[in-house]
Write a protein that binds this ligand. Structure first.
Ligand SMILES: CC(C)(COP(=O)(O)OP(=O)(O)OC[C@H]1O[C@@H](n2cnc3c(N)ncnc32)[C@H](O)[C@@H]1OP(=O)(O)O)[C@@H](O)C(=O)NCCC(=O)NCCS
Length: 134
């Protein structure tokens, strides 16, 4: 929750995480700090595998651990698991203003598919829908 609150203008409430953890089609992967007692969580990705599609719902890395390749590793692991499960396409939505995430996704092979107008309630921003073949 601390990472979530530091990462998004409208952070998910705790209940969203608990709900995802209970859904059979949803997977949460976490990155842990190797040297911390108890393995402090420093990043996470949440995704759905729906028949043959991978949907990325949430991805964040603690601000102190960014630009170390953690998000890229989480994304690659999600795509690997989806491929193993027979998925052919990956999808996600990103805010146009989120340049760090857009660079990350672009560097991982995602391309703009379409724009959803005024998708985000909090700022009224459009959503960019990105996708890639797996
Ligand atoms: C976006 C986010 C998940 C990236 O996490 P990260 O672990 O720092 O990303 P990585 O270190 O794996 O970066 C991989 C590549 O993405 C791009 N990138 C990541 N952060 C960037 C930044 N601030 N500016 C420009 N490019 C960036 C770079 O191409 C980078 O490769 P490089 O470091 O070799 O240049 C992180 O900034 C974050 O948690 N942001 C807030 C939450 C968020 O926006 N999530 C995505 C919602 S769609």
């Amino acid at each position: 929750m601390e990472i979530e609150r530091q990462s998004f203008p409208s952070p998910w409430p705790r209940q969203f995480f608990l709900s995802e953890l209970s859904q059979p089609h949803s997977t949460t992967l976490v990155a842990r700090h190797p040297a911390s007692a108890g393995g402090q969580i420093i990043g996470y990705i949440i995704f759905w595998i729906l028949i043959d599609e991978l949907h990325i719902l949430n991805l964040a890395v603690h601000p102190s651990y960014r630009r170390r390749g953690i998000a890229r590793r989480l994304l690659h692991e999600a795509m690997h698991r989806a491929r193993v499960r027979g998925c052919h396409t990956a999808w996600l939505e990103v805010r146009p203003s989120n340049l760090a995430a857009r660079r990350l996704y672009e560097s991982c092979g995602f391309r703009l598919l379409m724009t959803r107008k005024r998708y985000y309630d909090d700022t009224g921003e459009d959503a960019l829908v990105l996708s890639r073949e797996l």
